[in-house]
Design a protein around this ligand. Structure first.
Ligand code: 13P
Ligand code: SF4
Length: 303
């Protein structure tokens, strides 16, 4: 049955001249059939240059919005319209405007995990892969950083600027507790602990390496260590294990599970391709402003 659905998806992707993009946290089988997998930065870059009529975005709402902002002539499908990001919902454009009024002249750096409206009201976007460079690109001494307080604080460790962070966070990464990491480290003393900067500062302090999801693939591939404790969403394990059959990857906590990232199934993808719905389309006035913030980010090379 699963194999039949898979073949139907592949056939329809060809017929529609569609490309399937999937985030590194998607279900294993979705990552397996994707044309391109990646972190938020790689997927935005791909969405901007991909040669297809249709983008099927297997991720969450803000990612499909970014694809629509960068590729307005393409039809962007988000197979599960209910796949949102709680962190992106933690700031509205009205709240951002009030926050900006408190720090006049401070440029606004907005994590891509945000709505198109919030991006449109920002100077530049960033992802976890380039946030340090993006903040460093400003000459101003004060920066507004939204919506992730954890990523903002992490960037602050590498900058002498004053960073005013919005109080948003990722509920999935915040569930990882210090005791869990300490226990894991005790159980596996030879292992390296790597985590995503969406984790709390206390967790970041315990890490041997902090990076985006794709940064974890690069690090684990090239590092001679044999065992890694992983502090990010469970979906990352699929490719880590596939690429490194001789290494062991241990999820730091069973709570590292993002329900939104796990919604999209083969059936949802097939239905989206059959019905060409749900379409994500950002209104043109917002799109043009949000695109400036995304383009400025894309122009800054990856770390
Ligand atoms: P990256 O893949 O950019 O590291 O992002 C993590 C994330 O939480 C996306 O929602
Ligand atoms: Fe949002 Fe966190 Fe899920 Fe990423 S892992 S989509 S930041 S809730």
């Amino acid at each position: 049955m699963q194999e039949e659905v898979k073949q139907s998806i592949k056939k329809l992707l060809k017929e529609r001249n569609a490309v399937l993009l999937a985030h590194n946290y998607m279900r294993d089988e979705v990552q397996e059939i994707a044309d391109i997998t990646g972190d938020s930065l790689a997927l935005s870059q791909e969405a901007a240059k991909v040669d297809a009529d249709v983008i099927v975005f297997c991720g969450v709402h803000f990612m499909a919005e970014s694809a629509s902002i960068l590729s307005p002539d393409k039809t962007v499908l988000l197979p599960r319209i209910d796949a949102g990001c709680p962190m992106a919902d933690m700031i509205t454009v009205e709240e951002l405007e009030s926050f900006k009024a408190k720090y006049p002249g401070a440029p606004v750096v907005t994590y891509v995990n945000s709505s198109a409206e919030v991006k449109a009201a920002s100077d530049i976007c960033c992802t976890s892969a380039n946030a340090i460079k993006v903040v460093a690109s400003f000459k101003e001494q004060e920066i507004i950083f939204t919506p992730d307080r954890n990523l903002g604080r992490y960037v602050g460790k590498f900058s002498d600027k004053i960073i005013h962070c919005w109080d948003g966070y990722c509920p999935t990464h915040e569930r990882l507790k210090e005791e869990e990491v300490l226990n894991m480290k005790k159980e596996h003393p030879q292992a390296l602990f790597i985590c995503h900067p969406e984790c709390t500062p206390a967790i970041v302090e315990l890490a041997d390496y902090v990076c985006s999801t794709s940064g974890m693939y690069d690090f684990c591939r090239s590092n001679p260590a044999k065992t890694f404790i992983i502090g990010t969403e469970a979906g990352i394990l699929y490719k880590l294990e596939k690429e490194n059959p001789d290494k062991t990857f241990i999820l730091a906590s069973q709570a590292l599970f993002c329900p939104n990232m796990k919604l999209t199934s083969f059936e949802d993808i097939l239905q989206a391709l059959e019905t060409m719905q749900p379409v994500i389309k950002v209104p043109e006035d917002i799109r043009l402003q949000a695109k400036q913030a995304l383009d400025r980010m894309i122009a800054i090379p990856r770390d």
